[in-house]
Design a protein around this ligand. Sequence first.
Ligand code: IMP
Length: 199
Amino acid sequence: MKRVLFATGNEGKLKEIRAIMAEIGLDVVSMKEAGIRADIVEDGTTFAENALIKARTVMAASGEVTMADDSGLVVDAMGGEPGIYSARWMGEETSYRIKNAEILRRLEGVPDGERSARFVCAIACVFPDGREFVCEDTFEGRIGYEERGANGFGYDPIFYLPERGCYSAELAPEAKNEISHRGKALRAMREKLRDQLEG
Ligand code: IMP
């Protein structure tokens, strides 16, 4: 195995994944580059299930080793919302300005100790011979009181990191990758794949 397909159309993610997988000599190819189109029904109930569904669907269409990810924000004071629905929550087309303002509104009056939240990322890798691997990790923090920072995307501007005294959207991209849910899960997957390549 020298090449892996990654089931995403997101260029930013591809760039990050390529940099991490290059360390074990793995070429990461996008669905577009591989000429693969697949209708994916993400009807799992967990991040890991959804990542596996995406990877299995694209592997079946391509016959190649395929990776996929699924991630989102889990807010404890909102019973885990938006969770696996993070992208679709309040509507796919709704801006994150509005989504973030709604989360801040729902947490009005909630004390610091109950504002805990985490980003979760599951990465799945499926081989044509039936081998399947999933790595999952989290990025722990809490919901802040305002939007801050211009980096990152999505819910980063309201995600406060108490240990760093800043918001996730205030971190430089490299600093975020070091500690983020996606960075950690991707590096764990890299080590799993390193074992497979060596084995
Ligand atoms: P996906 O499964 O990676 O496409 O992510 C689903 C959704 O989770 C995104 O559209 C964002 O709303 C949210 N999300 C995932 N990771 C992050 C992050 O690192 N920062 C901010 N939002 C994120």
